[in-house]
Design a protein around this ligand. Structure first.
Ligand SMILES: [Zn+2]
Length: 478
């Protein structure tokens, strides 16, 4: 298969036919009705983590699978936080495909919500509620894919495994970590599909779709400055708060080197083709050039204007907590700063820590890992293999949009699977770019999804899985 990597976006779009596998109208309507039913049922379950009570969602999913005659099991480290694994058997000629989504959601402050956070209220073409775009949309798409594969008796070259994991939002020990450590044989696969991608709508039009093929890995670091305690009326040059302030300034003014990898290089190459503002497109091209001055200027511009993209360029450092001192007239003996460090895939944590010591240049400031970020180091999923090309094709069919591979600056459960050698790709429904700044995005106080985009995502996911797992000829099955 030919990589579309270097073709201009306009040419790519010219090759695209939208919705190659459209369903007959009445059949599609029935699929949409069922999708809405499962989606609303799941959003209406309060699975906030903490405390994390994914059991109602897990029970619901298990019952749906059982009713349908699909093999399903649950695995729990904590009784109220089960993980659900369902499996459809293929002929075994290829290794399995895993579709994965998490049932927990982040917390809510109900007083801030116009529509109650667990109402799944439909209003103006949107469905509102915690989890509507993170990640009960993906749970629903994965569930509907399994049900349709079963009902349509799609012949499979590989097993298709469904995993609904608990604890993604900060307590992976009960979810993906537990599954990888104790039940990996039940989810082991060649490829996995999960959250992390999206299609970007601007002014109602799909501009491009992002597929997550890599992510940074978090590694918390504390700076601990030491000094001599004393009376505040006698200033000391060893004051640890002053030391800490100098250390924080040093690490935030220093910029770790720009590193591009297969994913970020392709990301900026393709964005340069898609971007409509020529000045921004030029910045992207400058980043890719061998002229270090151009790279530095583009990097500085991104840090000031598009910080998310700037963070993709390097291991990033954000000082987020400062602690020190306890009363006005006492010089403390210690002060501490907590840095959120997001390491570039390929970064050596120990070498980076030593580099920070060099940058700070003060042997009275300790630089120590604080235990935040238990996800394993980043491994890239390839952007030029058959799976990525199949995803591109499915996106072209359903969204009529070019694809950019993305490296997430955050972390997902895919990190644990990539570390086991699984090739993972993050996908997601179309959302309006305007929604994020308005406060309608994931983790916001008015999280919402476009209802039509939920249905499109369900169809896209199903067709993609048929393409990846179906036996020859299965792609033409209903
Ligand atoms: Zn999520």
């Amino acid at each position: 298969m030919v990589s579309k990597k270097r073709q201009p976006a306009a040419l790519l779009l010219g090759l695209i036919t939208v919705c190659a596998s459209a369903q007959p109208k009445s059949e599609q309507a029935a699929i949409d009705v069922e999708t809405l039913r499962h989606f609303q049922a799941l959003v209406r379950m309060d699975t906030q983590s903490p405390p994390g009570n994914e059991k109602p969602a897990a029970d619901y999913l298990a019952q749906v699978f059982e009713r349908e005659g699909i093999f399903v099991r649950t695995f729990a480290l904590e009784a109220n936080r089960p993980n659900v694994v369902a499996r459809l058997a293929g002929n075994g000629s290829k290794r399995p495909l895993l579709i994965m989504a998490h049932t927990d959601v982040v917390n809510v402050d109900p007083s801030k919500w116009q529509h109650p956070p667990f109402s799944a209220a439909r209003d103006g073409g949107h469905i509102y509620g915690r989890g509507t775009v993170d990640d009960k949309d993906m749970v629903t798409a994965a569930l509907m894919t399994m049900l349709r594969l079963r009902r349509n008796l799609v012949a499979l070259d590989r097993d298709v495994i469904f995993l609904a994991e608990s604890g993604e939002e900060g307590t992976t020990s009960v979810g993906i970590e537990f599954m990888v450590k104790n039940h990996f044989d039940t989810i082991d696969a060649e490829y996995c599909l999960a959250e992390g991608g999206n299609a970007t709508r601007v002014a109602g039009d799909i501009r491009y779709a992002g597929v997550e093929t890599a992510e940074k890995f978090p590694k918390g670091i504390d700076l601990i400055a030491h000094g001599v305690a004393g009376h505040g009326s006698v200033p000391l040059q060893t004051n640890p708060i002053a030391r800490l302030a100098r250390a924080i300034t040093a690490v935030t003014e220093w910029q770790p080197p720009v590193v591009l990898n297969g994913t970020t290089r392709a990301y900026f190459e393709r964005l340069a083709e898609i971007e409509e503002d020529p000045a921004i497109a030029r910045r992207y091209r400058d980043l890719l050039s061998s002229d270090l001055q151009l790279v530095a200027a583009a990097d500085a511009w991104l840090r000031a204007n598009i910080p998310t993209q700037a963070s993709m360029l390097r291991t990033s450092i954000s000082p987020n907590i400062v602690q020190g001192g306890y009363r006005n007239n006492v010089i403390p003996s210690e002060a501490r700063a907590t840095l959120d460090v997001r390491m570039h895939p390929g970064e050596n944590p120990d070498a980076f820590r030593a580099e920070l010591e060099r940058v700070i240049g003060d042997d009275q400031v300790d630089v120590v890992f604080n235990g935040f970020g238990e996800r394993p180091a980043g491994v890239l999923s390839p952007v030029d293999d058959a799976t990525f090309v199949a995803i591109e094709r499915a996106i072209a069919d359903h969204y009529g949009a070019p694809v950019v591979p993305m490296m997430s600056t955050g972390a997902t459960d895919m990190a644990f699977l990539r570390a086991k050698g699984m090739r993972c790709f993050g996908i997601g429904p179309a959302t309006d770019q305007e929604d994020g700044p308005l406060g309608y995005g994931a983790h916001s106080d008015q999280e919402r999804i476009l209802e039509s985009e939920l249905y499109r995502f369900v169809n896209f996911t199903y067709d993609l899985v048929v393409e990846l797992a179906g036996a020859d000829g299965a792609a033409s099955a209903p």
